[in-house]
Design a protein around this ligand. Structure first.
Ligand code: 5AD
Ligand code: SF4
Length: 522
């Protein structure tokens, strides 16, 4: 089966669209590296690609609907004769299983998030157009990973996928200077509304040496900002000598249960905690100028980890720590495992140890049975914490979660929407005040790129000249900061470095300022 748009040298072009969280962004990056190494080429045009891949998200119904409408469109195009291979990756096929293949015949193959190492085979088979049985068109984890306490290295090919990108000289990142590094995969928390424990499987913790090796390799390719990823990143804990492969090398292991954090660490075991891991990366890979991590769980965040953050100058003073609700009753129904008081105690502790820490969060409004009083408690939590920004979501019942089975989705859509808009307004005002407090201060900014607006108006794309170019970057606390420079040459020379910026103006999610001398400030 030869596609019309295949390049004359036989290269196949792929369009890859990513939905959802940073984990998905990282997965897409690894997928891209893997397929580029095999001779595929990536393009931005969905209409002309030989292969269309969707890396999907299942966290809310809306995200699924978006993908399914794209898939519907491709079905129409295929019926009209377009020769295109369609693959669905990520959490949606993992959740929906092989049903996707019968419901959407235009989808040639599906691949769950823990099986991405099998993607090249699935893709090559689909391109070859071999009449495949359904099981040969689907790579899904199912509930396999919850069965054993350790994963053998041979089976854990995904670990190889994580490591392989670091060795790939053609490595392409979202921006050349920033990269994500996974430290744990999956989740064991089972919040009642959440699909992640089902789609991404049991929590697996990577050996610290593998993580550090990956960081080193990234730095060698020019990365200076690393964001560590995990669903509950502070639950990272690796017990040495337990999970070994046949050569005696440490391999990923299933994470400890929540109760492990209630007891002191067994002194007879050598353990790398989250605090130890942060310290090791900071000390052993000093060329990482900024080290961040996502997403924190409000429980079991040790003082040690906060102290490491405070004492290591290259670790950012930034926490993303979702509260989800300000009502103890709702938190209990969500199975979050903490009370509002415990959440606030953690925020206080973090601010006492790291006074200038910035905190971002997530809230779900309209969880089943949420009353006006519950909602007001959430608003009050927002006012107490003063998040730098807070992501608000409307509760979306998800198949095979505890919440959908136990609770009726009884908060009307209009009420959810009103609550969502109200919290966005309150959150916006708080974040506006918080940003205003920076006016007159000098902040150190990691310069990420020429701002998209400036790209359009400064001739980078349209080729006419304005007198200044707007740059955008972030502070250590993850506040977005924009500033102008005089020329495109200057702009290009600053990307990927640090500058000091005097903040002159602010908006709810933005600082604006004047560049001081470019310095390598940390
Ligand atoms: N409905 C709405 N929001 C959800 N989130 C997770 N599951 C759901 C759901 N079923 C939100 C949580 C989480 C963020 C990534 O998405 O706030 O922190
Ligand atoms: Fe989902 Fe809760 Fe795990 Fe976060 S901690 S991924 S919300 S189950």
């Amino acid at each position: 089966m030869q596609s019309n748009s295949t390049h004359h040298d036989g290269t196949r072009s792929i369009y890859l669209e990513t939905f959802g969280c940073q984990m998905n962004e990282l997965d897409s990056e690894l997928v891209q590296d893997q397929l580029v190494a095999l001779g595929f080429e990536f393009m931005d045009n969905r209409d002309e690609a030989d292969v269309v891949l969707f890396n999907t998200c299942s966290v809310r119904e809306q995200a699924e609907n978006k993908v399914l409408s794209r898939v519907g469109q491709l079905g129409i195009e295929k019926k009209k004769g377009r020769d295109v291979v369609v693959g669905m990756l990520g959490c949606l096929p993992e959740r929906e299983g092989a049903r996707i293949l019968s419901k959407y015949p235009q989808v040639d193959f599906i691949c769950g998030p823990s099986e991405l190492d099998k993607l090249p085979t699935l893709l090559n088979n689909a391109i070859a157009g071999i009449a495949l049985s359904r099981s040969d068109r689907a790579a899904l984890q199912g509930n396999r990973s919850r069965r054993s306490a350790t994963l053998s290295a041979a089976k854990d090919n995904l670990e190889l996928l994580d490591l392989a990108r670091a060795f790939n000289p053609d490595h392409r990142r979202t921006t050349s200077y920033s990269a994500y590094v996974r430290i744990t995969r999956g989740c064991n928390k089972f919040c009642t509304y959440c699909v992640v424990p089902n789609t991404r499987g049991a929590e697996v913790h990577r050996p610290p040496d593998s993580i550090i090796e990956e960081c080193r390799q990234l730095v060698a390719t020019g990365v200076i900002e690393v964001t560590l990823l995990g669903q509950t990143v502070n639950h990272y804990r690796y017990t040495h000598g337990v999970a070994l492969n046949a050569d005696g090398k440490e391999v990923p292991q299933i994470g400890p249960g929540l109760t492990a954090f209630k007891k002191p660490i067994d002194v007879s075991q050598q353990v790398t905690t989250f605090a130890n891991l942060l310290q090791r990366i900071h000390d052993e890979v000093p060329d990482i100028q900024r080290l961040r991590f996502l997403t924190s769980y409000p429980r079991d965040f040790s003082d040690e980890a906060l102290v490491v953050m405070r004492d290591c100058p290259r670790i950012c003073n930034y926490l993303h720590v979702p509260a989800q609700s300000g009502s103890n009753r709702i938190l209990k129904l969500m199975n979050r495992g903490y009370t509002v008081e415990e959440y606030l105690e953690f925020i206080d502790r973090a601010r006492t140890i790291i006074p200038d820490v910035e905190i971002a969060g997530d809230i779900i409004v309209g969880f089943p049975t949420e009353t006006e009083d519950d909602f007001m408690e959430t608003e009050s939590l927002l006012r107490k914490v003063r998040f730098k920004n807070n992501f608000v979501f409307s509760y979306s019942p998800r198949p095979s979660t505890v919440a959908i089975e136990r609770f009726e989705d009884d908060v009307p859509r209009t009420t959810k929407l009103r609550r969502l808009n109200h919290l966005l307004k309150v959150g916006g005002a708080i974040s506006g005040e918080l940003h205003r407090e920076y006016e007159g201060e000098v902040v150190d900014v990691f310069v990420e790129r020429i701002s998209p607006k400036s790209r359009r108006t400064n001739g980078v794309e349209l080729r006419w000249n304005n007198s200044t170019v707007q740059m955008t970057g972030r502070t250590s606390g993850d506040l977005i900061c924009v500033f102008d420079v005089d020329s495109l040459e200057m702009a290009n020379s600053l990307v990927g470095g640090f500058v000091s910026v005097l903040v002159t103006e602010s908006a709810p999610l933005l600082l604006k300022g004047v560049i001081q001398d470019p310095v390598l400030a940390i």
